[in-house]
Design a protein around this ligand. Structure first.
Ligand code: CP
Length: 498
C-alpha cells in the first residue's frame, strides 16, 4: 500500500500499519522540524476552513510551510463563490486545478467526501459537521501512544457531548481497531449516535455492555459510566481482526460467572476468566477524553442552557478520585467550562501536548499524501477496518438521508448528488447514507423483478413482511413512505400491512 495521492476523509481510510508508519515519521518531524523544508517545495496546499478553527488550520498551514510548500486559503464562505450558489463539487474541481492538496473543514456532513470525489488531488477532511475529524484522532492516538506505548487493552473513557463531537466519532473507531476497552458517559441528551454504535458492533466486532446490567460489585469499581465496549465478540469476528495477532480465547469453564455480570458473550483477547473479572473490577481509567458541549450544533439558546446545566466538569477535585490516579486527561480543545484551568499544571493533563503534536503529525501526513515520503506496507501484514461488502442502494425512488445537515440534502448539491446508501440490515431494513453514515428504516418496498413491464403487478409491501425479505438487493425498490409508493403507481399488496 502506498499513501501517495490518497484521501483522508474518514479515519478508516488509513490502515493500522499506515497509522503506525505515520507516527514513526511524526517522531522524525517533531525531532527535526527545521530540516524538512525540501520535502514539499513547489507544492501548494489549499486551506479551506468554512467553520472556525485555531489548531487544525494553523497547524496544517505551519506544517506545509515547514515542509517548504505554499498555501492558498479561504476561511469565509461569504468570500467565495459558494455564497453565489456554486456547488462544492464545482469548487473542488476548480481548486483541484490550482493546488496539489486540499484541506477542508465544512459544516455539512459528507462535504469532504464530495470534495474528494471531484477534486482530482488528495483531500483531507479537517472536520465535516458532527461527522468525523480524522486528523484530530491521529493527534489523540499519537499522544496516548507517546505516554502509554500502546493503545491495546487500555481503558479509555469518553465523556461529554458524544452526539455532536466529531472528534469522538473518529476516535472511537480508531480505538476499537487498536483494541482499547472503551467506556463512555454522555452528558444527558447527548448520546453516542445509533449509527456509530451499529458500526462498532458490525464493522469493528465490538460488544456493548450496558453498565446497568453489571452486578453491584463490578459497578462500584467502574467510573460512573453508561456503557462500555469490549473486543471482540465471537471467534469468526476475531479472524477478521488480523492486527491483533496474539488473540486467543482463553475463557474456559464457568461461563455462569460472566453471566452473573450480565455478560453473555464477552470474549476478551488474552485474558482468562479470572483476569477478566479483575479487569472489570479494576478501578483505574487510563485516559479520560473530555468533549466540549458543541453549542454551534444546537438549534436554540434555551436548548444550550438546558444542556449546560447538566454538563460534566473535569476539575482538580474530580481528579483527586482514586480511579483517576494515573489517568491521562485529554481534550481536543477548544475548551469552555467543562475543563477547569486548575488542572492545566497537573502532569496528567495532555491537551496542550495533543494540540502541539498537531503540527508534526500533519507534516508527516502531507509528506505522505504528496508522495514526498513513501511507505510500503505489505498487505498481508496490515489491516484496515473489517470491510463488509454491503449491497448499495441508489435508485431514484424518493428515499433521502434523514440528516438535514447531510451534504446530500443541501439546495446547491441536490442538482448532482443522488442519494446513495448501503443496505446494512434487512431485518429491520436499514440504510446507511454513504455521505454522513446516518441511518434510516424505510417501511415500504417493492421488487423491480416482479413488476417490470406489468403495471397490474406493481405492488408494494411492508419492509418487515417475510415476503419482502425474499426480494434480491439488486431488485429492491425502497420508498420513503406509503404515499411515496402510491405516487409512483404502486398499489398495496396483501403484505403491505404486516
Ligand atoms: N481540535 C480542533 O479541531 O481545534 P480547532 O477547532 O481549533 O481546529
Amino acid at each position: 500500500m502506498n499513501l501517495a495521492n490518497r484521501n483522508l476523509v474518514t479515519i478508516d481510510d488509513l490502515s493500522n500499519g499506515e497509522i503506525e508508519a505515520l507516527f514513526s515519521l511524526t517522531d522524525e518531524m517533531a525531532n527535526f522540524p527545521n530540516e524538512q523544508s525540501g520535502l514539499c517545495q513547489g507544492k501548494i496546499m489549499a486551506s479551506l476552513f468554512f467553520e472556525p478553527s485555531t489548531r487544525t488550520r494553523l497547524s496544517f498551514e505551519a506544517a506545509m510551510l515547514r515542509l517548504g510548500g505554499r498555501i492558498i486559503s479561504a476561511i469565509d464562505v461569504g468570500a467565495t463563490s459558494l455564497a453565489k450558489g456554486e456547488s462544492i463539487a464545482d469548487m473542488a474541481r476548480v481548486i483541484g486545478s490550482y493546488a496539489d492538496i486540499i484541506v477542508i473543514r465544512h459544516p455539512w456532513e459528507g462535504a469532504a467526501r464530495v470534495v474528494a470525489d471531484y477534486a482530482g488531488v488528495p483531500v483531507i477532511n479537517a472536520g465535516d459537521g458532527s461527522h468525523e475529524h480524522p486528523t484530530q484522532t491521529l493527534c489523540d492516538l499519537y499522544t496516548i501512544r507517546k505516554k502509554r506505548q500502546t493503545i491495546k487493552g487500555l481503558r479509555i473513557a469518553l465523556w461529554g457531548d458524544l452526539k455532536h463531537g466529531r472528534t469522538v466519532h473518529s476516535l472511537i473507531y480508531a480505538l476499537a481497531r487498536f483494541g482499547a476497552t472503551i467506556l463512555f458517559s454522555n452528558s444527558p441528551g447527548l448520546e453516542m449516535p445509533e449509527h456509530v454504535l451499529r458500526k462498532l458492533a458490525t464493522e469493528y466486532a465490538y460488544k456493548l455492555i450496558d453498565v446497568k446490567t453489571l452486578d453491584a460489585e463490578v459497578k462500584r469499581g467502574l467510573f460512573p459510566l453508561h456503557a462500555m465496549y469490549v473486543t471482540p465478540v465471537s471467534p469468526h469476528q476475531l479472524a477478521m481482526l488480523p492486527d491483533i495477532p496474539e488473540i486467543s480465547i482463553q475463557i474456559k469453564g464457568n461461563i455462569e460467572t460472566l453471566k452473573k455480570h450480565g455478560i453473555d458473550a464477552l470474549l476478551h483477547y488474552n485474558v482468562s476468566e479470572n483476569e477478566l473479572e479483575l479487569k472489570l473490577k479494576r478501578a483505574e481509567i487510563d485516559t479520560l477524553y473530555m468533549m466540549r458541549l458543541q453549542k454551534e450544533r444546537q438549534t436554540s439558546t434555551e436548548e444550550v442552557q438546558e444542556l449546560k446545566r447538566n454538563y460534566p466538569v473535569v476539575d482538580k477535585k474530580l481528579l483527586e478520585g482514586k480511579v483517576f490516579k494515573k489517568t491521562l486527561v485529554m481534550h481536543p480543545l477548544p475548551r469552555v467550562d467543562e475543563l477547569a484551568h486548575d488542572v492545566d499544571a497537573d502532569p496528567r493533563s495532555m491537551y496542550f501536548k495533543q494540540a502541539a503534536y498537531g503540527m508534526p503529525i500533519r507534516m508527516a501526513l502531507l509528506a505522505f499524501l504528496l508522495g514526498a515520503k513513501k511507505i510500503i506496507i505489505p498487505e498481508k501484514q496490515d489491516s484496515f477496518v473489517r470491510k463488509i461488502d454491503y449491497p448499495v442502494y441508489k435508485r431514484d425512488s424518493g428515499v433521502k438521508c434523514p440528516n438535514i445537515k447531510c451534504v446530500s440534502n443541501q439546495e446547491t448539491e441536490v442538482r448532482y448528488i443522488k442519494p446513495e446508501f448501503k443496505i446494512v440490515s434487512r431485518e429491520p431494513l436499514t440504510l446507511r447514507c454513504i455521505y454522513c453514515d446516518h441511518e434510516l428504516h424505510p417501511q415500504y418496498i417493492a421488487s423491480s423483478d416482479w413488476h417490470e413491464g406489468k403495471l397490474e403487478s406493481k405492488k408494494y409491501h411492508s419492509a418487515d413482511s417475510h415476503f419482502a425479505r425474499k426480494i434480491k438487493p439488486e431488485n429492491l425498490i425502497i420508498f420513503a413512505s406509503e404515499k411515496g409508493a402510491q405516487s409512483q403507481g404502486f398499489k398495496p399488496s396483501i403484505y403491505a400491512r404486516q
